[in-house]
Ligand binder design. Structure first.
Ligand SMILES: [Zn+2]
Length: 105
């Protein structure tokens, strides 16, 4: 297994761990090249993640994972979503800022 493949597998395992913790059913997890987006989710429980994420710092990956998984139960970025983000990730707005910097590089 290549390093790249290994980091993808590890990333998928983290998605499954978070899904279990958040009691969300992720039916399929894909990692693929994406432009302008870090991830997307469908109502059928399919999650797609940008293939740059597995090699990025862990907290950035966790931010994107939790962000998407919470959308299964909260479809917007309102007060409830924010309070759940804070409960699981702490200062998620700082991480969001970091992620934005990555996108610009
Ligand atoms: Zn969102």
């Amino acid at each position: 297994m290549t390093d790249d493949e290994e980091s993808r597998q590890r990333f998928k395992a983290r998605v499954r761990e978070w899904a279990e913790k958040l009691e969300v059913e992720a039916t399929a997890i894909y990692i693929r090249p994406m432009r302008r987006k870090w991830a997307s989710c469908s109502t059928a429980g399919t999650l797609s993640f940008n293939d740059e994420l597995p090699s990025m710092p862990r907290e950035l990956g966790d931010y994107v994972i939790v962000h998407e998984l919470l959308h299964f139960s909260v479809p917007n970025h309102g007060r409830l979503w924010k309070s759940l983000m804070r409960a699981h990730l702490g200062d998620f707005e700082r991480i969001e800022g970091e992620l934005r910097k990555q996108a610009g590089s």
